[in-house]
Design a protein around this ligand. Structure first.
Ligand code: FE
Ligand code: FE
Ligand code: ZN
Length: 298
């Protein structure tokens, strides 16, 4: 079954707003931050919104087990040179995991971190240590390490680095992987040969570890290490290659999440989701975006 959605806001009515927004895009899943992605200020969750959201999901065929949370990207689990900041990142992610569990959501995507001035392997081991601090036997949520573009000193820019972390995690059934097509492309993976990548991934890590796919086109060439997302079919990866990823039989039932850029303050997701469902690229997509602006804000 195709499980397709996009990044949505977590507004004043929290996950209820996210759910409504996802449904307005014709999605059957979604991804949200539990607050602003660039800071760690978080409001307490309100049970009434969560309950209403779960009801709305059930009524509309959204499986909450396929809904994705994304941790804020400012936390850095890799750098222990600044021990205070590292401890803060660990504590904060632990709290985020709790929030996700409170919402009834299973997966939380995390950027592995930046190695900065450390040796890469030291940084990767730090990430594993952080995960070991955060995860407990009774943790119900699963942390998904995202594959990164290799911009600056990003960790997780190839599957070997992801494996290096996974190998050092004690509760390994509580850590999975999120593939991001833009990041893969920018890290040097040719998405037109995606099956070869999957075979190699299966050999090294195992396909069962993949729990989420971020589907994005890229503004830059393969191997550019840039990380700038483009709308589906408007980048260097191209519509057909992305369709092959989305409909890859090996990745069936894995949620696919669009993180493509808004176009002049308008969310592109309704139109992109329609294109993907029809398997037909619409080169006039930008002109056909709904004119009313999304006012729910972030
Ligand atoms: Fe991400
Ligand atoms: Fe991503
Ligand atoms: Zn990205």
């Amino acid at each position: 079954m195709l499980i397709l959605g996009s990044h949505v806001n977590f507004g004043s009515d929290q996950i209820l707003g996210s759910t409504k927004q996802a449904l307005s895009y014709g999605a059957n899943t979604f991804m949200f931050y539990t607050g602003a992605p660039q800071n760690t200020i978080r409001k307490a969750l309100e049970a009434k919104y969560t309950q209403e959201a779960i009801k709305l999901m059930t009524e509309n065929g959204i499986d909450i087990n396929k809904v994705i949370c994304h941790a804020p990207y400012i936390i850095n689990l890799a750098n222990k040179d600044n021990l205070e900041a590292w401890n803060f990142s660990c504590e904060f992610l632990k709290k985020e995991v709790k929030r996700v569990e409170e919402l009834g959501v299973k997966y939380i995507v995390v950027h592995p971190g930046n190695f900065l001035k450390q040796e890469v392997n030291v940084a990767l081991a730090n990430i594993a240590e952080a995960l070991n601090k955060i995860l407990a036997f009774d943790t119900k949520a699963m942390i998904l390490l995202e594959t990164m573009a290799g911009k600056g000193t990003e960790c997780g820019r190839n599957m070997e680095e992801i494996k290096y972390i996974l190998d050092r995690v004690n509760l390994s059934d509580k850590v999975g992987v999120c593939l991001d097509t833009c990041h893969l492309n920018d890290s040097g993976i040719d998405i037109s040969k995606f099956d070869e990548y999957l075979d190699a991934f299966n050999e090294l890590i195992g396909l069962e570890k993949i729990k989420c796919i971020h589907v994005n086109d890229s503004k830059n060439e393969c191997g550019s290490h840039k990380d700038r997302h483009a709308n589906i079919g408007f980048g260097t990866i191209g519509f057909e290659n992305l369709i092959k990823v989305i409909y890859n039989p090996k990745l069936e039932n894995i949620p696919k999440i669009l993180e493509t850029p808004w176009v002049e303050d308008v969310a592109p997701y309704k139109v992109e989701i329609a294109m993907i469902k029809n398997k037909t690229f619409n080169p006039n997509m930008m002109e056909e975006l709904p004119k009313e602006k999304n006012l729910s804000g972030q």
